[in-house]
Design a protein around this ligand. Structure first.
Ligand code: SD4
Length: 331
């Protein structure tokens, strides 16, 4: 379905209408309990992602269902969108910067607080996997630009032309006026952030994007910034964001939401507070979109956004559903 049409329709969606048949049972039927400090929490395997990326979340769920780790689930899940050339905000097929170069941002974070990120990296199809290599094979957290690309080649990643004909033609069209104005819910908002809990009750997350279309060369948003576009604390939960990254960075949105959950807020309440914090800094400017999703250690989830139209896809043993998100501005 065309993005514009989907977003038009998405406001009509209700959780009940889109819930799908029950999935094959999770193989391990034991209650999953994990210890947080001195108390035990019952938890459930689950994967969620920003927007209605059914194939990506299904892939993550397949990994979880087969007993894989949350880290593998989120990596393999978001890779589905990185490879999807029809998604013009992630990976190959992403819209370029104003010079015509597709530059990708991604990060990943595991249950132990280890994390890795690549920023403004060109010519590599799976930035999330390079981010994982940064996390696992280097003493660093972030690699940017040419250095990230060089590191990827050293790790065996292939050079790929990320600019598809469609994105190129649209960019050439854009250059005629060169107006830079992100449109709410459209064109710039297909970034995938994903969170998962595995059979051990451990949480990981990943986030990947080509950033804002026609951005200044070198511009980096929130998506690869740990704490802004993604944050995981295995004792509490995780959060991730989509939308205008500059505003997410200003409030360190995902970290804020996880800390609010640590203080006792539900994922839903924490996402709402996160958006309100952003809106408090933007009293005269509401003309942009941001969506947060969050989950806590038990597998409870929540989301909130500025404008109607945002949804998040969820897979668990109870089935899969595209959850419509409540919004700060109602209509
Ligand atoms: C960014 N947050 O680069 C990203 C854009 C985005 O869906 O979310 N697109 O600011």
């Amino acid at each position: 379905m065309k993005r514009r049409k989907f977003l038009k329709n998405s406001t009509k969606i209700t959780a009940g209408l889109v819930s799908a048949p029950l999935l094959a049972s999770y193989p391990d039927t034991r209650k999953i309990e994990t210890k947080i400090n001195d108390h035990t929490v019952e938890t459930k395997p689950i994967a969620i992602c920003t927007w209605n990326f059914q194939n990506a979340t299904a892939k993550a769920w397949e990994v979880l269902k087969n007993g894989g780790s949350a880290l593998d689930a989120v990596e393999q899940g978001v890779m589905v969108e990185e490879a999807n050339e029809n998604n013009q905000t992630v990976g190959k097929g992403g819209r370029p910067d104003r010079n015509g170069n597709v530059t990708l941002d991604a990060c990943i974070m595991d249950k132990d607080g280890h994390c890795g990120a690549v920023l403004a990296m060109q010519n590599i199809a799976h930035p999330v996997s390079v981010a994982r290599k940064v996390m696992e094979d280097t003493p660093h957290v972030m690699l940017a630009g040419k250095g990230a690309e060089q590191f990827a080649y050293e790790k065996g990643f292939e050079k790929v032309n990320l600019l598809t004909e469609k994105s190129k033609q649209e960019w050439l069209e854009w250059k005629k006026t060169s107006k830079y104005k992100p449109i709410i819910n459209i064109e710039n908002h297909d970034t995938i952030g994903m969170l998962a809990i595995d059979k051990n009750g451990d949480i990981s997350g990943a986030c990947t994007t080509s950033g804002m279309a026609y951005k200044y060369a070198g511009r980096v948003g929130d998506s690869p910034i740990i704490g802004a576009g993604l944050f995981v604390d295995n004792e509490v939960g995780g959060a991730t964001a989509t939308g205008v990254g500059e505003e997410v960075v200003r409030t360190v949105g995902s970290f804020l939401i996880v800390e609010l959950m640590r203080q006792g807020k539900s994922p839903q309440e924490a996402c709402e507070e996160g958006v309100k914090r952003i809106m408090a800094k933007n009293k005269d400017n509401t003309d942009f979109q941001i969506g947060f999703i969050a989950m806590n250690k038990k597998g409870d989830t929540g989301s909130f956004c500025i404008h109607p139209g945002f949804t998040y896809r969820q897979y668990s043993n109870e089935g899969h559903v595209n959850n419509p998100s409540d919004s700060f501005i109602k209509r």
